[in-house]
Design a binder for this molecule. Structure first.
Ligand code: BDR
Ligand code: CA
Length: 315
């Protein structure tokens, strides 16, 4: 039986790779995509989600448009990382399909409440939709099977400020609500994603297959690699979001610690910083499992194999 997942996402170059990995993985049934502001506006992330589904012949997957602004802070988008459209140099056709009329938060609530202990929520953008859904219907906390979150930097430096990772910096108040909700959370912070670099050699391997999928991956990641080179002196690019998605069916890619993790919502230099109480100073029970060790090539081989298979099926 495939695992039923919902992707809450802001595509976004690595988000789009997570959508493709979900579609290419028989272990998963993608029940829907909820979109969120983040890398680009929600109007654009919604268009991108629909276009990526069409590229992969998966227009049957419903897309629900979510919140366009963080709960408290001003909006922060990331065109320097993902390009003005959010997909780097890739140019996808405008989607034929439209988003569903239902708001993303209501979709999350309806789906989780109607399928108790069956839905795995994979949140790979700022957590605004998830936080609002919790506030509107707190019973989803007990009904959701698990929540995988790409966000935070525990021992690692930030990628948006010296101390904060992008998703937790963009909406730290939403992250605060979700982290302290009691949901069963598995966190994938930069500590593990920054060890999984998609290299030019990996791209060259995919490009041996002539397909709209490999062309898209190439056009999108070329921009992302230029960003990583210019801003972080990294050769290749960090594909955070598909790594998080992969843990839904291949958890052995990472090693985990159960920890009490918090996020800074004060207004100082640490805003959006995530920190774990490793020595249990505060005597609080762990509120999540945190991925802190990783087998990078195990993930990358899985990702490449799945993309090759998907590319071969779409020419
Ligand atoms: C996260 O922020 C975005 O740039 C990526 O899509 C990823 O979800 C990494 O910090
Ligand atoms: Ca993302």
């Amino acid at each position: 039986m495939p695992k039923h997942i919902i992707l809450d996402t802001d595509p976004g170059i690595d988000d789009s790779l997570a959508i493709l990995l979900a579609l290419a993985s028989p272990e998963l049934a993608l029940d829907g995509i909820s979109t969120i502001h983040g890398n680009v506006s929600t109007a654009q992330t919604t268009t991108n989600a629909l276009s990526i589904l069409e590229l992969a012949n998966a227009s049957h997957v419903p897309v629900y448009k979510g919140c366009d602004l963080p709960l408290v802070k001003e909006s922060l988008l990331s065109p320097e990382t993902h390009g003005d459209t959010g997909l780097g140099y890739a140019k996808l056709s405008a989607p034929q399909a439209q988003a569903q009329a239902q708001h993303a938060c209501d979709f999350l609530i309806e789906k989780i409440m109607s399928s108790p202990d069956e839905i795995t929520l994979v949140a790979i953008g700022p957590l605004t939709n998830v936080a609002l859904a919790i506030r509107k219907e707190p019973h989803i906390i007990q009904k959701v099977k698990e929540v995988l979150i790409m966000g935070g930097a525990i021992r690692h430096q930030g990628n948006t400020t010296p101390l904060a990772e992008f998703n937790t910096y963009v909406d730290p108040h939403a992250a605060h609500i979700v982290f302290h909700s009691g949901m069963p959370i598995i966190l994938t912070p930069l500590d593990v994603t920054y060890q999984c670099i998609f290299l030019k050699e990996d791209l060259d391997r995919l490009l041996k297959i002539d397909s709209p999928i490999t062309k898209f991956i190439s056009d999108a990641t070329r921009f992302y690699m230029e960003f990583h080179d210019e801003y972080q002196k990294i050769d290749g690019c960090v594909i955070n979001d598909p790594m998080t998605l992969a843990l839904t069916f291949m958890p052995e890619i990472c090693d985990y610690e159960e920890l009490y993790v918090d996020v800074d919502i004060s207004t100082g230099v640490g805003l959006g910083n995530t920190f774990a109480d490793f020595y249990n100073y505060d005597k609080k029970a762990p509120n999540m499992k945190v991925a802190l060790g990783v087998r990078p090539r195990m993930f990358m081989e899985l990702f490449l194999e799945r993309m090759e298979k998907l590319a071969k099926s779409i020419s």
